[in-house]
Structure formats: C-alpha cells, structure tokens
Design a protein around this ligand. Structure first.
Ligand SMILES: Nc1ncnc2c1ncn2[C@@H]1O[C@H](COP(=O)(O)OP(=O)(O)OP(=O)(O)O)[C@@H](O)[C@H]1O
Length: 289
C-alpha cells in the first residue's frame, strides 16, 4: 500500500498570494479526486507534491520519505501530467516517448522499446505513433500525456485538470484510461468538473481558497445530504426573490425555465420536491457554506 501524507502544508508566493493554507490530507492507493473552482490552489498543491516548488511550511511524505529532503526518491516514483504540457518538438510521438523514457532513467534500450510500445498500445495511440504530437487532437494529446506519465511504472500519478477542453467522447475515453491504470498506485485527479470525480474516485476532497473544505468518500458525502435537497422549476424572472428567500445552491436553465436546488432541513415552500442528492449538490453546498 502506498501512502501520501500531506501535513499542514502552506504555500505563499513571492507576490504575497497564499495559495495553500494548512492543507492536511492522507491519500492511499486508488483514484483520489481533488475538486475545486479555478484559483482554489489545486495546481499549486499538485506542483508542490511533484517537487516542482517547495511549500513555505508543513511536510509531505511519500511512503515515509520526506519529499523536500529526498526529492529524487519521489521523482523516481512519480508520473505527472501538468495542466500545461508546453510546446512539443517536431518529432514523432514514438520518438518523443522514447526520449522522455531516457530522461526518466530507462537506459536499457530493449526495456525502453518494450515500455514505449506497450504504452502506445495502452493509450490507443499506436496507429498514430509516427505522427508528431503537436498535430494531435486535444484528447490524443492528453492520452499521450498519460503515456509519458506512466513511463517507469510510477507509484504516484498526478493529473492536473486533464479533461478541460475535451469533447464528451474524448473525455470518456480519457477517464476510462485512467480508471484502467489500476488500484495498486495512487492517482490524484485534480479537476473543477464534478462529473470527473463522481464515477471514478474512491476518495475525494474539495478545495477552495487554499483550504480543504471537505473530504471523504463521494457516496457518503452525498448520503449526508439525503432529505435536504429540494427542487423546483420557476420562471426565470423570479430567481432573485428565491435567492433572497432560500439557500439556493445551484440553478440550471431548462427549456427557458429555471430549475433550482435548495438546501434546507424541511420543505422550503409549496411546489418544492425532495430529490436524491448528487455530488454536484455536495460540491455547491460545501462551496457556499
Ligand atoms: N507562481 C505563482 N506566483 C504567484 N501567484 C500564483 C502562482 N501560481 C498560482 N498563483 C496564484 O495562486 C492561487 C491559486 O492558483 P492555482 O493555479 O494553484 O489554482 P487552481 O485551483 O489550480 O486554479 P486553475 O484551475 O485556474 O489553475 C491563484 O490566486 C493564483 O493566481
């Protein structure tokens, strides 16, 4: 079992922005969803765990190893797909993956060839291996990103906002690929898309303004809201008055009418119906608390 311990980690940038504020999390094998709006600090946390920047205070231990004291130990076991992968050189996907494998320390040629081929197959990119990555679609690039993250059989994989900008089919494909990677390593999926976390992640945390504001098992967090989420369809122009009168956690426009979700212990007023809470209700009610 792998264990990542984040203990009271804070990060203040040179410009004074406190992006991480006493974060504590313990993460074991399986897929962990880190959910939060833009600017919550997710990338700051991912970059800190990946040893690309140091925290201002607090400790991060991976399988008991302090990642500040022994960054190379962590890097040898890490696969990282950053939010911005940067500029791709004009060489084929296969050559680029081979080159990245050398950088990861896989110096044995035969072993490298086998890994590169297996990863191109696994990420369904084998038929595109001769094409340059910069010509790839967004979904193909992200799958290539996973292929490079998997080089060297890492025990910890970090993927930062991987599905942003993907169309639904590519997104599904990408998420299926992630879920196939396995239960024997830690995969941290940072995202602002609730759906990404809902079906895939055994554990999750919600982050806002540099803090972890809730954490747990998605189904248990959802269950806690049972009987407290109320639904009503109203006229668009009445929204303001409903927002003043009730704890409206989300709104959605459906065929010109507005659908409300309200958090309340009892039926707010006539016309409201109880509904089964979803992870979106957990997310929005937590962010508003
Ligand atoms: N290198 C930096 N220097 C100064 N401020 C930074 C730096 N990186 C991030 N920030 C600030 O820290 C805060 C958290 O940013 P971060 O990118 O970690 O959030 P995020 O949750 O990943 O959001 P997004 O999805 O928009 O990237 C923001 O206010 C951001 O402007």
């Amino acid at each position: 079992m792998n264990t990542l311990q984040i203990k009271n980690v804070s990060k203040t940038y040179a410009n004074g922005v406190k992006a991480l504020d006493t974060i504590s999390l313990t993460i074991h094998n399986g897929m962990f969803g880190l959910l939060g709006p833009n600017g919550a600090g997710k990338s700051s946390l991912m970059r800190t765990i990946a040893t690309l920047q140091e925290q201002s205070s607090g400790d991060i231990l991976f399988n008991g190893i302090d990642i500040i004291k022994q960054p190379q130990e962590l890097r040898n076991q890490l696969g990282y797909l950053p939010q911005e992968f940067g500029v791709y050189p004009k060489i084929s996907a296969q050559k680029l993956l081979d080159h990245l494998a050398i950088l990861k320390g896989i110096i044995n040629k035969k072993e490298r060839k086998e890994q590169v081929e297996a990863l191109l197959q696994q990420t369904n990119l084998n038929q595109h291996r001769k094409k340059a990555v910069y010509t790839f679609s967004g979904g193909m690039r992200q799958r290539f990103g996973i292929a490079q993250a998997l080089l060297g059989n890492p025990k910890l994989i970090i993927v930062d906002e991987p599905t942003a900008g993907l169309d639904p089919e590519e997104r599904n494909r990408f998420l299926n690929l992630l879920s196939e990677i396995g239960e024997h390593i830690i995969i941290i999926l940072s995202t602002h898309i609730v759906e990404d976390v809902k079906d895939l992640c055994a554990n999750m945390a919600i982050m806002s303004q540099g803090k972890i504001i809730t954490k747990g098992i998605p189904t248990q967090l959802t269950e806690k809201l049972h009987g407290k989420i109320w639904h009503k369809i109203i006229e668009k122009q009445d929204l303001k008055s409903y927002q003043t009168a009730f704890n409206v956690i989300s709104t959605r426009l459906i065929s010109g009418k507005t659908q409300l979700h309200v958090l309340a212990d009892e039926k707010p007023e006539a016309g409201f119906e109880p509904i089964n809470p979803g992870l979106e209700d957990v997310y929005f009610s937590t962010l508003q608390a």
